[in-house]
Design a protein around this ligand. Structure first.
Ligand code: NAD
Length: 443
């Protein structure tokens, strides 16, 4: 099938590459000229396991193309997939300017029937707005004869395993009330639906809402567990034991109940805020979601508070090693990452940071530029040299089994503040290292 994808970000690029891999002819269009130019040179702008090879192979085979020429791109696809950003507006609600700009482009350039598919995470009612914008643009052109439909098809990939998630989706949600559109969507996703029925078809509004409900549920699990962790510390309980204890109940399960520094990234924070705003719009008080967000905001400061308490507020002139900058492992994404809150608080207190992350160093440089109080180090060992403490923000695999002897030798003060509970307090204590983690007493 011929497919046009608007927006070559995490979602657009990964979905486009995966759909090209199974044989569809995909044209990707973006307004970012540099991104398009780099992709045409075979350079993939984001890190996702398996993505670079997939993009290169399908590009070489001519199944995926990148362009800024929206007019030609619209003409290519029977399906027009919208995967542009929906960042938070000033009041926290989802800003739809990019989505509606694409709708206008489609209305302006289409010259045959189209099925427009909303992949971006958008508030309930957005597909209707997209439909209205395309219809108004066609009317202006005097081309109301051109038929189109708008379906919702929210994306559930996880950064860090985005390619695998798209190759083997848990579910494919399609919001449409048109049988024809449903048939086209079934054909598009047929290669992913061969053994098990993955597609769940529902009305458009329910599909739009499903995405928010899923992300808010996951954010709630994280905030709940962080609340339990903070309480466990006060009560002298070990949250890691509690986690195993409750996870063994199949109604609870082990997924997504790890205590830590709060959720970050480009989705959970903005989607929780956007749903709170949507609720306000219909005069519904989303009490639970407001609490989820409040707990998360507070959780991002937990590690700084521990460090500040340990050093009795005398952080000025101190140097801290920070391991992990990305908001989670296997990505270079630092949007709303807890490491940012921590580093910014350390800088405000007059401290310096020596940071290392396996993938997010360039991203960190791009966000903060050159500054005297940030040294980006080539290895995790280099970040430790002469630092007053080690602070861990992301649970990368390569941080899980360091040489504790070398770690102790490199630090000026042998103390570790671990925001991801990577180590056994008893083991690290044997090396003579002081250890503070989340929801556990020091050994
Ligand atoms: P992103 O910021 O990585 O990429 C968005 C891209 O859209 C950018 O390259 C931008 O230049 C481009 N763009 C903006 N306006 C455009 C236009 N008029 N025409 C063509 N391109 C345009 O965003 P993302 O992380 O891929 O997220 C996209 C959407 O998917 C969001 O709604 C997000 O909430 C949702 N989503 C994201 C994830 C995730 O893990 N990142 C997962 C599921 C859903």
């Amino acid at each position: 099938m011929n497919l046009t994808v608007f927006g070559i970000g995490y979602v657009g690029l990964v979905q486009a590459a995966v759909l090209a891999e199974v044989g569809h002819e995909v044209v990707c269009v973006d307004i970012d000229e540099k991104k398009v130019e780099r992709l045409n040179q075979g350079l993939v702008p984001i890190f996702e396991p398996g993505l670079e090879a997939l993009v290169r192979e399908n590009h070489a085979a001519g199944r995926i193309r990148f362009t800024t020429d929206a007019a030609a791109a619209v003409k290519h696809g029977q399906i027009q997939m919208i995967a542009v950003g929906t960042p938070p507006g000033e009041d926290g609600s989802a800003d739809l300017k990019y989505v509606l700009a694409v709708a206008e482009t489609i209305g302006r350039e289409m010259d045959s029937a189209k099925i427009v598919v909303g992949k971006s995470t958008v508030p309930v009612g957005t597909c209707e707005k997209v439909k209205a914008r395309i219809a108004a643009t066609l009317k202006k052109r005097g081309r109301e004869d051109l038929s189109f439909d708008v379906a919702s098809n929210p994306e559930f990939l996880k950064e860090g395993s985005a390619v695998a998630d798209c190759m083997k989706p848990d579910r494919i949600i399609v919001g449409t009330s048109s049988e024809d559109t449903e048939m086209v969507m079934r054909e598009l996703y047929a290669p992913f639906n061969r053994n098990h029925e993955k597609m769940i078809v529902m009305d458009v509004r329910s599909a739009e809402f499903t995405k928010y409900a899923a992300n808010c549920m996951l954010a709630t699990k994280i905030s709940f567990m962080n609340e339990m962790a903070n309480l466990a510390e006060q009560l002298g309980a070990d949250i890691e034991e509690v986690r195993k204890g409750i996870g063994s109940d199949p109604r609870i399960g082990y997924h997504f109940i790890y205590p830590g520094l709060g959720y970050g990234g480009s989705c959970f924070p903005k989607d929780v805020r956007a749903l709170i705003k949507t609720a306000e719009g219909v005069k519904f008080d989303a009490k639970l979601l407001r609490a989820v967000e409040e707990r998360n905001n507070a959780q991002k400061s937990v590690l700084f508070d521990k460090v500040n308490h340990y050093f009795k507020g005398a952080l000025k002139g101190k140097t801290f090693a920070v391991w992990g900058l990305a908001f989670k492992p296997n990505t270079d994404d630092m949007r709303e990452a807890p490491a940012r809150t921590l580093m910014e608080a350390l800088w405000a207190a007059g401290a310096k940071v020596q940071a290392y992350d396996p993938e997010a160093m360039q991203e960190c440089q791009a966000i903060y530029g050159l500054r005297d109080d940030l040294l980006l180090c080539g290895t995790k060992e280099a970040a430790l040299r002469g630092a007053d403490a080690l602070l861990i923000c992301t649970e990368w695999k390569s941080f899980r089994a360091p040489s504790f002897d070398a770690l102790k030798d490199a630090l000026t003060t042998p103390v570790v503040f671990d925001g991801r509970n990577l180590y056994d307090p008893k083991v690290i204590a044997r090396y003579g290292i002081e250890y503070f983690s989340i929801g556990r007493m020091a050994a």
